[in-house]
Each structure stands twice: as structure tokens, then as C-alpha cells.
Design a binder for this molecule. Structure first.
Ligand code: UT7
Length: 343
């Protein structure tokens, strides 16, 4: 950040998982797969999926309410809502506007951000600029996806991987020396076809033919995305750390995108970061796309792993191809401080 910029950090955090659980055993009954294959190849045991009447905004709204409570803020205290998602409720209007209305953030600006599974870290990078410059006081960044709505449950190569959920972070000014220390983002559209939903946009509008061809579902070249993912997690983390003047040995906690435990493990090995310093909840959530980093972060907090002053790194990769990483010094949120203070 520039020297004259205001220090920006996370002043409220919340997450939400839908109630319905889809286990590997359930999937065994749907496609030719096995619990053993899914666990050993991906680390996933179960994932949560939306109810029939739930959409991405419903997940985002719950996470947003929890983040507001954590920040001890009212919805109208927000200045901007960014929803990072690749499964918006519909192509337009933006899911951010639907969330804004549902939480009662009257008149607050909002837009969606499409950067695949890197979306939440992209969103933090974008949102932090508004606070750093002093233009806005509070920006809510939500990573929310209901990928199971875009998943072909007859395609065993993808349907075992994804889950639904949402996480929200409110960005605001924090004490000097705390908050975000560095950001890095990247993209490579030459890999756009490796992970995509081919139909339903302006190139191939939805038609009876696209539906019959199942082109409105996620298509992925898993092997290529795997290799890219390992590189992106390792290189992104290193670059963000170096920009902040640190190395992997200084890191207290790495919160990577939760696509596959083998991808996280390979990246951690490359960086020589011991596994105890990596946050993973892919076992119970699967790949929740833009929601995975804030969901994992919130889980780490519930487990008491977020210490005031700890050096954290978030890193994501995904469709685009995109990647993004950032580092920050964690500062306890207002609700955490309140709980820590004896009444
Ligand atoms: O958020 C970013 C987006 N996604 C990702 O990051 C995913 C990245 N990729 C991956 O995580 C892994 O590539 C997968 C988990 C998707 C696949 O693991 P893999 O070790 O790369 O397996 P593979 O694709 O090389 O497939 C190995 C075998 C194949 O059989 P043959 O050709 O060796 O006979 C597949 O047909 O496993 C088969 N296979 C399955 N078997 C049982 C593929 N999917 C399944 C399945 N159950 N669900």
C-alpha cells in the first residue's frame, strides 16, 4: 500500500453453509465413483448443497448478516457491496443488488465480480482500495457460490468436487501496522477453455440444443487445472509475501482456495510451509469456489487459530484463468474484542 494510504483490514467476518449435506456415499448412488476415490484424489468427504428454493444470494445474505454482527455495524453503515461469484442468481441484475436490498443496506452501491475461485481475493484487493484512499469507510466483500446449480450430476469428473456456501468480510480502517500488507493478482485468458460453462451467455445463448448437449454445466480439464493450481498457490503466496517484505517462514497461517487437498499439500511443500500452518476445510465443504477462502478463514477463527497480530496469507486460483494473493496482519474484530473483555 502507498505510504499515505489508510491501513485497511477485516473488521467483520461471517460465513454460511446451507444445511443439506451431500456425502460421498450419496454420490456413489448417483455416478460410477467411490468414497475411496473421492477422498484419496481430492480430500473431500462431504459438501453442503443449496435447498431447492435457495440461490447464491440467499447464502450471501446469511454470511453478510453474520459479518455485520461481527463488526457491530448496521447495514446502512456499508458504502459498497462486492459479490464475487460465478453462479449469480441470474445474469442480471447483479447478485450484489439483491443482497443489498435483502439486508436492508438502503441505497448502498454494489456490483458483482467475476474472477472464478480467485474472486474473493480479487474482491478484497478491489474493495481495500476504496478504504485506503478514504473514499469509503466500509466495503463488504462477499464470496458466494452455489456451484452445484451449475454442476452436471451425470459427469463424475466434476460432480464429486463442488459444494455451496458463502463468506463475507467487511473492510474498514484498522490501527497502523495491522491489516493488508500486500496484494497480487494475475490472469491468463489463454486457459479460458480449461474451466468454463460454455452456454448461457452471448456466445452460445441458452437454447433447447445447448440444454440437450448439457453445455450449461461446468466443463473442466481437471489435470491441467490441477497443475496450474499448484503453481498459482505457491507462486502467488510467495509473491505476496515478498511484496510485504516477508518469506514463507514468517507466515502464521496460509488460507488457500480449497479445491483439492493434494493441490494445497503440493503448494505447501513447494513453499516449505508445515501443514499445521495451512487452513483446510475441503473435507467437509468441497470446492465452494469464491466462498472457499472466507469459509476456511472463519473456520480457522472458530478453532481459535486466528491470533491478534498473526501474519496471514490468502491465495486463490480458478477460472479465467485467474490467481490472486494477499497478506495481512490479523486484528481481532469488534465482536471478538467484546467477547474477550470480561463484563
Ligand atoms: O477451483 C478450481 C477448479 N478445480 C480444480 O482445482 C480441480 C483440479 N483438478 C483436480 O482436483 C483433479 O485433477 C481431479 C480431482 C479432478 C482428478 O484427479 P486426478 O488425480 O487428476 O485424476 P484423473 O483425472 O487423472 O483421473 C484418473 C482416473 C481416470 O480413469 P483412467 O482414465 O485412469 O481409467 C478417470 O476416468 O480416475 C477416473 N475418474 C474417476 N473415478 C472414480 C475421474 N473421476 C472419477 C470419479 N470416480 N469421480
Amino acid at each position: 500500500m502507498r505510504d499515505n494510504a489508510r491501513p485497511v483490514g477485516i473488521v467483520g467476518l461471517g460465513s454460511y453453509l446451507p444445511e443439506r449435506v451431500l456425502t460421498n456415499l450419496d454420490l456413489e448412488r448417483m455416478v460410477d465413483t467411490s468414497d475411496e476415490w473421492i477422498r484419496t484424489r481430492s480430500g473431500i468427504r462431504e459438501r453442503r448443497i443449496v435447498a431447492d428454493d435457495q440461490a447464491t444470494s440467499d447464502l450471501a445474505v446469511e454470511a453478510a448478516r453474520r459479518a455485520l454482527a461481527d463488526a457491530l455495524l448496521e447495514p446502512t453503515d456499508l458504502d459498497l457491496i462486492i459479490v464475487a461469484t460465478l453462479s449469480p442468481d441470474m445474469p442480471f441484475p447483479a447478485t450484489a443488488n439483491i443482497v443489498q436490498h435483502a439486508i436492508g443496506a438502503t441505497g448502498v452501491a454494489g456490483f458483482d465480480l467475476s474472477a472464478g475461485c480467485s474472486g474473493f481475493v480479487y474482491g478484497l484487493t478491489v474493495g481495500a482500495q476504496f478504504v485506503a484512499t478514504g473514499l469509503y469507510r466500509h466495503v463488504m466483500v462477499i464470496g458466494a457460490d452455489a456451484l452445484t446449480r451449475l454442476t452436471d450430476f451425470t459427469d463424475r469428473t466434476t460432480c464429486v468436487l463442488f459444494g455451496d456456501g458463502a463468506g463475507a468480510a467487511i473492510l474498514g480502517e484498522v490501527p497502523e501496522g495491522r491489516g493488508f500488507l500486500s496484494f497480487t493478482m494475475g490472469g491468463d485468458g489463454s486457459g479460458a477453455s480449461l474451466l468454463r460453462m460454455p452456454a448461457g451467455g452471448s456466445r452460445r445463448p441458452a437454447s433447447a440444443e445447448t440444454v440437450a448437449n448439457r453445455e450449461h454445466y461446468i466443463k473442466m480439464n481437471g489435470n491441467e487445472v490441477f497443475k496450474f493450481g499448484v503453481r498459482a498457490l505457491a507462486d502467488g503466496t510467495l509473491e505476496a509475501l515478498q511484496k510485504a517484505g516477508y518469506g514463507p517462514q514468517d507466515l502464521d497461517l496460509l488460507v488457500p482456495h480449497q479445491a483439492n487437498i493434494r493441490i494445497m499439500d503440493a503448494a505447501a511443500r513447494r513453499l516449505e510451509i508445515p501443514w499445521e500452518r495451512v487452513v483446510s476445510d475441503v473435507d467437509r465443504c468441497g470446492n465452494t469456489s469464491a466462498a472457499s477462502v472466507p469459509l476456511a478463514l472463519d473456520r480457522a477463527r472458530r478453532e481459535g487459530r486466528l491470533k491478534d497480530g498473526a501474519l496471514l496469507a490468502f491465495v486463490g486460483f480458478g477460472a479465467g484463468l485467474t490467481w490472486a494473493a494477499c497478506t495481512l496482519r490479523w486484528t481481532d474484530t469488534p465482536a471478538m474484542r467484546q467477547q474477550a473483555t470480561p463484563a
